[in-house]
Design a binder for this molecule. Structure first.
Ligand code: CUA
Length: 330
């Protein structure tokens, strides 16, 4: 039963308990320090006040090294714990496990469009299984939105022109709120929806019931043809690098950097090829696609390119249309 006033939203992800624990620590340290400081002020003000005009003036005290070290070092350590703990949680949240299930979310005034690798899509709704890590790739078609699921303690800005990734693992089946947490125009307050967490079997059923035909990889392969990518990015020595097994691997760039070919890399490489020129290939051959390709096509294209790499063998790969495992049985 929900208490009359819920101080915390329900906890429905592996992250939720950890975030609440850190928050609890901040609260305890914050309240503890405040109480100590104010208690000291009041106790000293009363105890050492001048009780009558005849009281002699006290002698000045000029510092005490042990006391000063104590009141510096203890708060310093307490704060350092916040820093270390917060940093660990932060990095954990941004480092998805290799076998995570991919889901793609696009914010748009004023709705959330959600796409699954199998081609399923929905608006203002997200379906996820319990016990499987889910990696979200977030994009925006217009302005800054913020994808917010309180029950998962997940909030992430969605910025136009880039991909943001975040991951979580749901723990409890149920229905949870989904919000936009960044004012994004007139109907910002209506940019809400529901997250449905299901056990893995119901989830697999839901996926097959809502299947609409082409998977994102299949749709992406059409986009790949349509934009003429295949002319240069061939298996044989083409004008551009072969895209097979490129995703997830390090790539050497002409400017000397080595980057991991992730979603963000492919996005930049497609929108503005010279910014991600791959070593060993001529520059300024590939046209700039910024403004030429819409978010939907871009996303499908990238999912297609991901599909050209060996998928991680896992439960998630079965849900992921990218793993041939999921669709080959048909
Ligand atoms: Cu989107 Cu507020």
């Amino acid at each position: 039963m929900q208490p009359w006033i819920a101080l915390f939203p329900p906890r429905a992800s592996t992250n939720a308990g950890q975030v609440d624990a850190l928050y609890g620590y901040l609260l305890v340290v914050g309240v503890g320090m405040t109480v100590l400081i104010f208690a000291a002020i009041f106790i000293f003000a009363i105890k050492y006040r001048r009780k009558s005009p005849d009281d002699p003036m006290p002698k000045g005290i000029h510092g005490s090294l042990p006391i000063e070290i104590t009141w510096s070092v203890i708060p310093f350590l307490a704060m350092l714990v916040m820093f270390a703990w917060g940093t660990k949680l932060y990095f954990d949240s941004y480092t998805p496990p290799k076998n995570a299930l991919d889901i793609y979310v696009t914010g748009k005034q004023w709705m959330w469009k959600v796409q699954y690798p199998g081609g399923q899509h929905e608006i203002n709704a997200l379906h996820v299984p319990t016990g499987v890590p889910v990696k979200l790739t977030l994009a925006s078609e217009d302005v800054i939105h913020s994808f917010y699921i309180p029950a998962f303690r997940l909030k992430h800005d969605v910025v136009p022109g880039s991909y943001e990734t975040y991951w979580f693992q749901a723990t409890k089946p149920g229905r949870y709120h989904l919000f936009c947490a960044e004012y994004c125009g007139t109907d910002h307050s209506k940019m809400t929806g529901w997250v449905t967490v299901m056990d893995p079997v119901s989830y697999a059923n839901w996926l097959s019931e809502t299947e609409t035909g082409a998977s994102m990889v299949e749709q992406g392969s059409k986009v790949f043809e349509q934009y003429g990518c295949a002319t240069c990015h061939t298996e044989a020595q083409g004008k551009g690098p072969s895209l097979r097994n490129m995703y997830g691997h390090p790539v050497q760039l002409q400017d000397g950097r080595t980057v991991i070919a992730d979603e963000a890399f492919f996005r930049k490489a497609i929108e503005n090829p010279s910014s991600m020129a791959v070593r060993g290939y001529p520059t300024n051959v590939m046209p700039v696609f910024k403004g030429q390709i819409n978010e939907e096509d871009l996303l499908q294209l990238i999912v297609y390119i991901k599909g050209l790499s060996e998928p991680a063998p896992s439960t998630a790969a079965v849900y992921n249309g990218t793993g041939q495992a999921g669709r080959a049985q048909k």
